[in-house]
Ligand binder design. Structure first.
Ligand code: FAD
Ligand code: NAP
Length: 341
């Protein structure tokens, strides 16, 4: 139950870019009962708290004069509901991909397209993780959190989380205020696969599969991701470095007229999403390298650390990419990972 506070700990093993910065104070949390002690410590030492999970969406640019808390709250529960749905609750420190696989093994469906996303269950709502046409907002029922301001436990329903495209209330409105301790999803006993997105159907054809089994779909998505994305254990990265820009449909149409190969997806609300990777590709950034910082050779959206790059080096490349894209297309790319300090 007691929690140990350490000083001057390197965060290199705790962020997927592998940046070697240190935390002034550091603790590992394994149950929600330790949260009041964390709040007391931060108040007594006059430092803010940075709660992290797998560190796969972080850009750390310098030593942090903060209390960094690594969340390792575990626990899995599943309950069938009278309407045929399944409620699944996971501790926020559970690793996301093993959690997804466990749900599928238990016959609870709906998260298969989110296979192989790194990180923890508790971080998933922060940017409303999404892949292959599914976002967790579509499956999340409610979450439990601890309010660092008041010291109280609070429950947020999916609506209250104010989810948007790679966004939520926790990312945009109250960054750092709420520590998510558990997330509850509503899944289905009926397997209704989402297959229309980003090359899934082509892969199914190549494998002669008409209708995949749930774990087969999870494997297929994992295989696609493994061919396209660098493994953080081998090359430091935080996945897509920029969000796909969402712009008004008339602006998108003008751009499409000028650049007929522009990759865009219309949504129903008068906006279009542009593939940021395509925009970046047009200036030849793919494979670019400056020292140990670079742009992944197979995917222009992913910035990488080949070893000794710093967060500042990565942000320097990011800034140059933003300037180039803005100059050519008049569209400002937004950085997706969270930058600290
Ligand atoms: P961290 O990086 O530790 O933290 C991210 C943010 O969440 C920080 O602001 C942190 O303070 C906050 N946070 C973490 N845990 C909590 C908590 N319990 N309570 C409150 N705040 C918290 N993302 C996608 O959306 N789709 C993808 O397909 C995808 N693919 C990726 C592929 C690769 C190779 C990599 C490296 C990243 C990818 N990501 C993707 C980004 C990343 O995996 C997700 O954002 C993931 O949810 C981050 O989880 P984490 O535990 O590592 O969070
Ligand atoms: P991709 O399949 O090459 O597609 C390129 C972009 O087009 C994606 O960003 C995706 O947008 C969009 N797209 C593809 N098919 C679409 C459709 N039918 N309707 C609307 N939009 C469509 O992309 P990728 O880079 O290999 O990534 C595959 C999936 O994994 C994507 O969903 C991507 O978001 C996700 N991913 C996310 C991260 C991250 O760190 N955030 C990292 C790797 C992969 P969306 O991004 O909006 O889905």
């Amino acid at each position: 139950m007691t929690i140990e506070f350490q000083e001057n700990i390197s965060l290199k093993p705790y962020n997927s870019f592998g940046f070697d910065v240190s935390a002034r104070y550091f603790a590992v949390l394994d149950n929600a009962g330790q949260l009041p002690a964390i709040r007391d410590f931060s108040q007594q030492n006059r430092v803010s708290v940075l709660f992290i999970g797998g560190g796969s969406n972080l850009v750390l640019t310098a030593d942090l004069d903060q209390l960094v808390v690594v969340n390792q709250i575990q626990g899995l529960q599943m309950q069938d509901n009278p309407d045929g749905s399944v409620s699944v609750t996971a501790g926020a420190g559970e690793e996301w991909h093993p959690f997804v696989r466990w749900t599928l093994q238990q016959g609870a469906y709906g998260l298969e397209n989110l296979s192989l996303i790194p990180g923890t269950v508790g971080a998933a709502p922060i940017q409303n993780i999404g892949a292959y046409g599914v976002e967790i907002k579509d499956r999340l029922s409610f979450l439990d959190a601890f309010d660092l301001e008041t010291g109280e436990s609070v429950v947020f329903t999916a609506d209250e989380c104010q989810f948007g495209y790679r966004d939520s209330l926790f990312k945009s409105r109250f960054p750092g205020r709420y520590l998510i301790t558990a997330v509850t999803f509503t899944l289905s006993r009926e397997f209704k696969p989402v297959l229309h997105y980003g090359g899934i159907d082509e892969q199914l054809r190549q494998r002669n599969i008409d209708f995949p089994e749930p774990l087969q779909l999870s494997d297929l998505i994992s295989d696609i991701r493994n061919t396209k994305l660098p493994q953080p254990a081998q090359i430091g990265n935080a996945g897509s470095f920029f969000k796909n820009p969402v712009i008004p449909v008339d602006q998108a149409e003008k751009l499409k007229h000028e650049y007929p190969n522009l990759v865009l997806f219309a949504d129903k609300s008068g906006y279009c999403k542009l593939a940021a990777g395509w925009l970046i590709d047009q200036q030849g950034w793919k494979g670019h390298r400056q020292g140990d910082a670079g742009v992944y050779a197979k995917q222009a959206l992913v910035l990488v650390n080949y070893g000794a790059a710093s967060g500042v080096d990565i942000l320097e490349i990011a800034g140059a990419i933003q300037a180039d894209v803005y100059q050519q297309f008049g569209v400002m790319l937004e950085i997706e990972p969270r930058c600290y300090p």
